[in-house]
Ligand binder design. Structure first.
Ligand code: CA2
Length: 205
């Protein structure tokens, strides 16, 4: 994260700010076969299409002033790549890994590697279904899991993740007061050294 520096008399206020500090960005990832939503198995997954589900997510995101991007893939590798890329572009992830929930160590490792708060969502209550759906490789690296609420589960996830991130952001936004250390003999004051760096580099990263 790029810090902005404010120089003032003997104190340096450091804001770990960046361009999107006011707009949280969340990636919504839909796993395999979810593109078929609303067309088959309606007794389990409901009648809403994926497009309609994404619209409902976008509508709530606007109310919460969150930027959302949705994506769907039937390929495990593509899902892993999107999760990896999310590290520098998003603040959090909502994912329904679908059948990969129960098989994919690769998706679990990707989520663990990026370290972004991630909410696992399932339309159905996987714990009430066949034994093989009870195990989730994702749950252990997720912030939380929501299952059994149908499309509403995504909206609950968005509210929960927004709340989690917004609380963190409020803490982050509080400037950290850095008081100058006693200067070693012969060295120039920090303020003067920073000024030099700003002049030569344009900004301080
Ligand atoms: O309940 C969920 O959301 C699931 O993640 C859905 C997966 C299933 O493998 C998980 O165990 C639980 C299946 C997604 C397939 O979605 C379809 C939707 C409509 C028609 C056919 C499949």
């Amino acid at each position: 994260m790029r810090p902005c520096w404010t120089l003032s008399r003997e104190v340096v206020l450091m804001y770990p700010a960046c361009e999107h500090i006011d707009m949280l960005r969340i990636l919504v990832v839909h796993g395999p076969n979810l593109n078929l939503l609303g067309t088959r198995e309606q007794s389990i997954y409901g009648t809403l299409s994926l497009e309609a589900l994404d619209s409902a997510i976008t509508k709530l995101a606007k109310e919460l002033a969150v930027e959302v991007t949705q994506c769907q893939s039937n390929s495990e590798g593509e899902l892993v790549t999107w999760i990896q890329k999310a590290r520098t572009r998003y603040d959090g992830i909502i994912i329904n890994p679908a059948a990969y929930t129960h098989t994919s160590i690769a998706i679990r490792d990707a989520i663990a590697a990026v370290g972004l708060p991630t909410v696992e969502v399932h339309l159905s209550n996987i714990h009430q279904r066949e034994e093989f759906r009870h195990r989730s490789y994702i749950a252990g690296v997720a912030l939380g899991q929501i299952a059994g609420f149908g499309p509403t589960g995504y909206l609950l996830a968005l509210r929960g993740l927004h709340d989690h991130l917004a609380t963190g952001r409020r803490q982050e936004k509080t400037p950290t007061l850095v008081t100058p250390r006693r200067r070693a003999k012969g060295t120039r004051p920090l303020r003067s050294r920073l000024k030099d760096r700003i002049q030569s580099e344009g900004s301080i990263e």
